[in-house]
Write a protein that binds this ligand. Structure first.
Ligand SMILES: C[S@@+](CC[C@H](N)C(=O)[O-])C[C@H]1O[C@@H](n2cnc3c(N)ncnc32)[C@H](O)[C@@H]1O
Length: 310
C-alpha cells in the first residue's frame, strides 16, 4: 500500500484491543476510602454498556455473558478462560478477538462438537475450542511456528470428508491489508481493489474467486443444518498522490462475501462487532481521515450462515 495508514490499520486496532482502553478504567479510591484488604476496587460490571468503566487486565476482565443484540462489544481482545489459557498469540498480527469465537461456539455448538477453522493463523479458534470442550481442527497456509496443532493447508482444498463438520469459523484476509506470508497462494496477496491485469474489468476478481473456492469447501464439509461464522471487514486503499474524493478506493468486501455466501447458505444474521480504535487518537489518523475524506474502520461484520438440512 502507498500510505502506512491502511497497512498498519488492523495491527494498530489489534494492539489497542489487546491493551484495552486505560482512559475508561475506574479511578481507584483514595487510600483512606479503600477497603481493609487494600485491593483496588474494581467492580465487574459486565460488558453490555460500552461507557461502563471496566478493567481489561488478564484475570479481571468482565465476565463473558452471551451477547443478545446484533451489536457486539467487549473491552478486550481476549476473555479470561475457565482453563486460564491464552487464546491465540499476542504477537500475531491479524488475530481474531477470541471472545467473538467464544460467543459463536456457545450459541451454535455443543460439547464434543467438531469445529473447523481453515485459516487458523495463531490458533485462536483451537484455544477457544479447548476451553469449551469442543474438538478443534485448524489449518492455515502459514501456521504459527509455535502451533504444531495447526496443519499447513490451502483453504481452497480441505482434506476433510463431506458433511462432517459441526461448525466452521473463518476470518480471512481482507484484501492486502496484512502481509501474512511469502506464500504466493496467500489470499492476502490478492488486491480486492484492483483488476489483476488489463484483461480483467471486475474489481477484485481474483480475491473473490479465491474466496469463492474457500466458501465452496466450507459448504461441502459442513453437516446439513449446521452453521458457519465469517468475520470480515471492508477495506479502503489509499491512491498514491491523490487527494480528496480521489484519495482512495473503497472495497465493500463484507457485502460481496455476504452475497456470495447467500447463493448456497441461508443467512441467519449479520452482527456488527465494534473495533476499539483508541490508539488511533494518537498520531494523525483522524485528521487524515477527515482531510482525505475517508473513514477509519469502526466495525467488523460477523456473518452467520446455515447450511440447510436436506
Ligand atoms: C485474519 S488471519 C486469521 C487469524 C486467526 N483467526 C487467528 O486468530 O490467529 C487470516 C489467515 O489466513 C491465512 N491464509 C491466507 N490465504 C490462505 C489460504 N489460501 N489457505 C489457508 N490459509 C490462508 C493467513 O496465513 C492468515 O493466517
Amino acid at each position: 500500500m502507498n500510505s502506512p495508514m491502511p497497512d498498519d490499520f488492523r495491527k494498530k486496532i489489534e494492539q489497542e484491543l489487546e491493551s484495552g482502553n486505560n482512559s475508561t478504567r475506574r479511578p481507584q479510591r483514595s487510600k483512606s476510602k479503600q477497603r481493609p484488604d487494600s485491593k483496588p476496587y474494581i467492580k465487574k460490571t459486565g460488558h453490555k454498556n460500552p461507557d461502563t468503566p471496566q478493567n481489561t487486565r488478564p484475570g479481571s476482565r468482565p465476565p463473558m455473558g452471551i451477547q443478545t443484540t446484533t451489536l457486539w462489544e467487549y473491552p478486550s481482545q481476549h476473555y479470561d478462560s475457565q482453563l486460564g489459557n491464552m487464546q491465540g498469540r499476542k504477537d500475531y498480527t491479524g488475530a481474531t478477538p477470541s471472545w467473538v469465537i467464544y460467543q459463536l461456539l456457545k450459541r451454535y455448538t455443543n460439547q464434543g462438537d467438531t469445529v473447523l477453522d481453515p485459516m487458523c493463523g495463531s490458533g485462536t479458534t483451537l484455544d477457544v475450542c479447548k476451553d469449551l470442550g469442543r474438538t478443534g481442527i485448524g489449518y492455515d497456509l502459514n501456521p504459527h511456528p509455535q502451533r504444531p496443532d495447526i496443519k499447513q493447508n490451502d483453504a481452497r482444498k480441505l482434506p476433510i470428508d463431506n458433511n462432517s463438520i459441526d461448525f466452521a469459523f473463518i476470518d480471512p484476509p481482507y484484501s492486502t491489508h496484512v502481509d501474512y506470508s511469502d506464500d504466493p497462494r496467500c489470499i492476502g496477496k490478492l488486491d480486492a481493489s484492483q483488476p489483476a491485469d488489463r484483461t480483467q474489468t471486475v474489481m477484485g476478481q481474483d480475491y473473490y474467486q479465491a474466496m469463492d473456492a474457500v466458501l465452496g469447501e466450507l459448504y461441502r464439509v459442513l453437516k446439513p443444518g449446521k452453521f458457519l461464522g465469517l468475520y470480515v471487514s471492508d477495506s479502503w486503499k489509499k491512491k498514491k498522490g491523490k487527494q480528496g474524493d480521489q484519495a482512495g478506493t473503497f472495497m465493500p468486501i463484507g457485502f460481496e462475501l455476504f452475497s456470495m455466501m447467500s447463493q448456497a447458505f441461508t443467512p441467519v444474521d449479520i452482527i456488527c462487532v465494534v473495533r476499539h480504535n483508541n490508539k488511533l487518537q494518537r498520531g494523525n489518523w483522524h485528521k487524515s481521515a477527515e482531510a482525505e475524506n475517508f473513514y477509519l474502520r469502526g466495525f467488523n461484520y460477523l456473518f452467520i450462515m446455515k447450511k440447510d438440512p436436506r
